[in-house]
Design a protein around this ligand. Sequence first.
Ligand code: ASP
Length: 412
Amino acid sequence: MKKISANLSKYLKPKHGIILILAIIILLVIYYLSSNDISELFTGQSYIVSPKDRNILILYTGGTIGMVETKDGNEPTKGFLQKQLKKYLDIQKKTNMVSNYKIKAYDPLLDSSNMSIKNWNQMLIDIRDNYDDYDAFIVVHGTDTLAYTASALSFGLENLGKPVIVTGSQMPLEKVKNDGYDNLLSSLLVASLTDIPEVLVVFDDKIMRGNRSKKKSSNKLNAFVSPNFPNLGNFGYKLTPTIINNLIRDNEKGVFNVQLYNETNEVIIVFLTPGFNYNNVIDLINANANIKGAIILTFGIGDGPTANKKFLHMLDVMNEHNIVILNISQCFDGYIDTQDYETGKTMTKYKVNSGQDMTIEAGYSKLLYLFSKYSDDNMFYPNQGLIVSNLTKDIRGELSTSGPDAGEMGPL
Ligand code: ASP
């Protein structure tokens, strides 16, 4: 025995031990990389699931996608989308990648320009009432107010633990060439193959966070973007979507709950322009007690005409009426930083809250959500301070909190 170990120590030097350990580490890393998605290596979480035994509820609210040409222009038509989708999926059946789905069609089907807060509540009620029976939800929607609905759903669905996908199309399924089939199929694939606990917008191969999305084009197929936050994933050549796991937000922090919107609260939007007459807004506020919030669409980085006494008087009147004021930039992308110029700094003295990099759609629905949740008629939360503190906080991934640099994520 002694002889063997003496012989071994003759050949094995300490450097051999180090080489052996390094080789084992390299082999382990190669094994890990080959059995996992690289992004999973960093996040430890995958959102890809098997489509087997999953059930999807499609809420078909209307929109161009199911419209048929009439003498008065395109109009939503009962039953058309259901028939077309079934025909299309029947051809694709071989893939086995689409879970069971059921369609609930709204009556009447709406052009989304005609939607109101009542319609958001209808969708929230349908998701609430079917939450336990389905694994994912798809809302088929007109594109015009799609980003508003996606934002509104993201706030109203508290502690969401399942995917809710909002989609539509720029061209009706009725047309030979259209984007409807593709958007529907992509949405069905995200619903069947992932368990992302977020409200998403799926459009033109992109998977976006709902409350970051924005309709950017009235007639191009690439109609939606997420200007201040990267896309959460996308589709390419493969049928499975690529998901950037570390961007997904875990919204399920407690028991799922739906907060319906109080339909009487109103939020006005004041779009600043050189020469704007602020007395018009003051008259409006004095005449309507339901106005609880105002979004000021400011110039650039969040600046307003602070040398204009009428503008400052308008802010004073808003303060007197306890109106919560939110500053969102007219710029399509970027953030609010009112510390840069006097024109921004002065506004903060008038209780103008920074909307940071929120879209108008997110800011608008967030204000309405907070008024519904913490309103004065709610005995438990009779506190305007709660509305303001939540407004500037990231509650559903709708804004970046890491300061002015947050919006500087590089080119689109
Ligand atoms: N006006 C239509 C709607 O929003 C446009 C569309 O769906 O693309 O319902």
